[in-house]
Design a binder for this molecule. Structure first.
Ligand SMILES: [Zn+2]
Length: 119
């Protein structure tokens, strides 16, 4: 029976993350204030993870855009070094020119871009 409680606790715990911005706890908002009497603190925001089994969502790790971009600015070098891009990539495409055969643009041309499958 205690094993069931441990599993339940893990399940409940896994539905929350702490905001990953290292400075989240320094932002002066009422929503971050914790503690009683004179012993108050600003605490990192806790984030509810709504669909933990779905594909990862950036908002499961950051409480708002400000914290997300604060994190990016703080860890920019580490982030770009995870997958460095040293040359441009290219995707083969086929460009086709079409002509509108009706409507107010009749006779005018437009182009479509289609990715060419090289498989
Ligand atoms: Zn935050």
């Amino acid at each position: 029976m205690p094993n069931v409680l441990v599993q339940l606790e893990r399940f409940v715990m896994s539905n929350y993350n702490w905001c990953h911005n290292p400075n989240c706890h320094k932002v002066e908002t009422q929503s971050r204030v914790r503690g009683s009497g004179p012993n108050k603190v600003l605490r990192t925001r806790k984030i509810k993870v709504n669909y933990p089994n779905e594909h990862p969502n950036v908002w499961d790790y950051f409480c708002n855009q400000s914290c997300l971009f604060g994190f990016i600015n703080h860890f920019l070098n580490e982030m770009v070094n995870i997958n460095p891009v040293r040359k441009p990539s290219e995707t083969p495409v086929k460009i086709t020119t079409h002509t509108f055969d009706m409507g107010y643009r009749q006779g005018q041309t437009y182009k479509t871009i289609k990715v060419v499958d090289n498989d």
